[in-house]
Design a protein around this ligand. Structure first.
Ligand SMILES: *Cc1c(COP(=O)(O)O)cnc(C)c1O
Length: 454
């Protein structure tokens, strides 16, 4: 089979997969998961026809996937993929460009610069910010915190990139009690220590309590959060950022999904003042709905980011333009910014705002519908996240398991203020209002069945 028919076959299979999502169980069936043993075979001794490789992948692989590319997946915080971003990703994968250097790929370097400019515009962040396209918010947190470490230690007369942390002046890191685990992981990888942080207690919505903030100085990194994974709520950034910056501290905002509120006029008040921070971690594979993996590390000060991530070597030809590899931990990497460019190019400013606003409205509809059915909503719904209890912890756990095996939709569990809860995260362009009604009906049906047998 030639390359043209092979790729045509792949595109057809992809379209068939996506078209089938609305009518299949959102969780893969037990049979499909069991059938994955098909892949447990030794390394083939000899070459095989690529079309057989593809058909095997589709026949046994496709059914074993979770339908997170469809409209009724509400687990974790998972976006689907916009058609334009998916198609662009397929084409850009065919280009197989190493996006690290302009000289290797003028097209991807150009598109990443444009994507960055558009992102800053859509999110109302300062237009002079620098950024790197990384794998996700974990690496965005890591990269931004490396820039913070670089800058604060440089001001203290210490070159951390050259000397490491041995003998360096200590830095203080302040986080909220509801900090995302990946910020702590990033701090651990940076030698700043997971357990060495000062944790500020949180309020009922998971927001840092501003009145309990310890004193700040110019050796302090303050990590704020825009978008709590359980409640969707945001730390009091309008109050804390000016205080921190006045003290000379570095303010980092983990805005993996919550920062997108800035792009929707009706939700932007939630993150008012966020543009005054020093750095921001953003996911694109969550709420912008581009393919995995895709995140953005954004930094107000170009030199801070470059100071932490730039490399020089004689063979890495560098010109006058923005060299992508000077802003990311990676040297070689795929052109993530092309997917971001395609998503923004197809949605435009109003399309992004509409998608964010629609998902928020859909989250509120879930909360209203479940409350009317007699179930307890455990936090204020301010964005796209809903927490619901169906009774005691055991009952809620059974309802979650029942919903997952029912297959109409998929939601996961969490523990919120000591109580087991089901989380509903509405983060997909593909979620229609009909998907919400169908899913709500399924949740209520499963919950009443569980209650009937208890
Ligand atoms: C999802 C999330 C992360 C981690 O992002 P990845 O893309 O999974 O690396 C970090 N912080 C917050 C608030 C998140 O929601």
């Amino acid at each position: 089979m030639n390359t043209r028919s092979l790729l045509g076959d792949a595109a057809n299979r992809a379209a068939t997969y996506l078209e089938g999502l609305p009518s299949r169980s959102v969780a893969p069936g037990a049979d499909a998961v069991a059938a994955l043993v098909h892949f447990d075979r030794p390394l083939p001794e000899h070459p095989r026809d690529p079309s057989l490789v593809l058909s095997e992948l589709d026949e046994y692989g496709s059914p074993g996937t979770g339908a997170s590319a469809g409209g009724r997946y509400f687990g974790f915080v998972i976006g689907a993929t916009l058609p334009a971003a998916l198609a662009a990703n397929m084409l850009a994968t065919s280009w197989d460009q190493n996006a690290g250097l302009v000289v290797i790929s003028p097209t991807t370097a150009k598109l990443e610069s444009i994507a960055l400019r558009w992102l800053l515009d859509a999110l109302h962040l300062p237009p002079a910010c620098a950024a790197g396209f990384v794998t996700g918010a974990t690496m965005a947190n890591f990269t931004c915190l490396a820039a913070a470490r670089h800058t604060l230690l440089q001001r203290a007369g210490w070159d951390v990139e050259a000397q490491g942390l041995f003998g360096a002046p200590p830095l203080n890191v302040i986080v909220g009690d509801e900090v995302h685990v990946t910020v702590l992981k990033a701090l651990a990888m940076l030698g700043l220590g997971r357990a060495r942080v000062t944790r500020v207690p949180a309020d009922a919505q998971g927001r840092m309590r501003a009145e309990l903030l310890p004193p700040l100085d110019d050796r302090t990194i303050l990590c704020l959060q825009a978008g709590n994974v359980n409640t969707g709520d945001v730390d009091p950034i309008a109050e804390l950022i000016p205080r921190a910056r006045a003290a000379g501290a570095w303010v980092h905002v983990d805005g993996a999904f919550g920062l997108w509120a800035a792009a929707a006029p009706k939700r932007a008040a939630l993150v008012a003042g966020v543009e005054n921070a020093d750095s921001w971690a953003l996911d694109a594979h969550k709420w912008l709905n581009v393919p995995y993996d895709s995140g953005v590390a954004i930094c107000r000060d170009r030199d801070a980011l470059r100071g932490a991530t730039a490399v020089t070597a004689a063979y890495l030809v560098q010109g006058a333009e923005r060299e992508p590899c000077e802003y990311t931990p990676e040297l070689s990497r795929r052109a993530r910014g092309v997917d971001v460019w395609a998503a923004l190019s197809s949605l435009g400013r109003s399309g992004v705002a509409e998608m964010i606003e629609r998902n928020c409205r859909q989250a509120t509809r879930f909360a209203t519908g479940l409350r009317e059915a007699g179930y307890e909503i455990l936090s204020d719904v301010v964005l796209n996240q809903v927490l619901v209890s169906f009774g005691d912890d055991e009952t809620t756990r059974r309802v979650i398991a029942g919903i997952q095996s029912d297959g109409t939709c998929w939601c996961g569990g969490t523990v919120w203020h000591g109580r087991t809860a089901m989380r509903i995260s509405v983060s997909s362009w593909a979620t229609t209002d009909d998907d919400v009604e169908l899913s709500l009906a399924a949740m209520i049906r499963v919950a009443s069945e569980v209650h009937a047998v208890r």
